[in-house]
Design a protein around this ligand. Structure first.
Ligand code: FMN
Length: 186
């Protein structure tokens, strides 16, 4: 598979940890990890597939390093982009993972084909700019209130991405997901 560029910004380390989980689920050899604090526009150039990870700060703002880096998301025509966002649904119920919504807007404006939408079931929040057509535009995670759910959500989302990005063939999928028939003779 062609290399994926995973770009993240993280203030206290939560988004960084998730970025590493996503990389490991995709296979470490397949992913280049970039902390946007040390990246520039040229780093975005080479990848056909981008994964962008961001936490929300202030009241619905981009994480600080993303504030500076977001303008690097230009000319993404024909490129696939997947998003994940971290937030706190209880303390910030009306701006939950808004930064993911901001990156979604920037990526679509730049012509990207955004994949990896995720259901809102299982979260309890009031409003989010990251919800479009009743779904999150990418994977929403809450390390403050639902840390035990993160690993399972990441695993399921990465499996979904593999299919949506065509990184895994149907045969591989069915081999992996094929269950023995219930009540079958041993
Ligand atoms: C001052 C402050 C403001 C925050 N604002 C928001 C917010 O508006 N929306 C939200 O969903 N989460 C908000 N959060 C929660 C963070 O996004 C969350 O803790 C996240 O896991 C931090 O990730 P990071 O360590 O990778 O930056 C805020 C947290 C703090 C401390």
């Amino acid at each position: 598979m062609s290399k994926v560029g995973l770009f993240y910004g993280s203030t206290t380390g939560n988004t960084k940890n998730v970025a590493e989980m996503v990389r490991n689920e995709l296979g470490a050899d397949n992913v280049d990890l970039h902390d946007v604090a040390g990246a520039g526009p040229a780093d975005v150039g080479g990848y056909g597939i981008l994964i962008l990870g961001v936490s929300t700060w202030g009241l619905g703002d981009l994480q600080d390093d993303w504030e500076a880096f977001a303008s690097s998301l230009k000319s993404l025509d024909g490129r696939k982009v997947a998003l994940f966002g971290l937030g706190d649904q209880q303390a910030y119920p009306d701006t939950f993972v808004n930064a993911m919504g901001t990156l979604y807007e920037k990526a679509t404006e730049a012509g990207a084909d955004v994949v990896g939408a995720w259901p809102t079931d299982g979260y309890d929040f009031g409003d989010s700019t990251a919800v479009v057509n009743y779904e999150f535009v990418g994977l929403a995670l809450d390390e403050d209130r639902q840390p035990d759910m993160t690993a399972g959500r990441v695993k399921a989302w990465v499996n979904q991405l593999k299919v949506e990005l065509g990184l895994q063939t149907e045969t591989e999928m069915s081999d992996e997901t094929l269950q023995p028939p219930m009540g079958g003779r041993i």
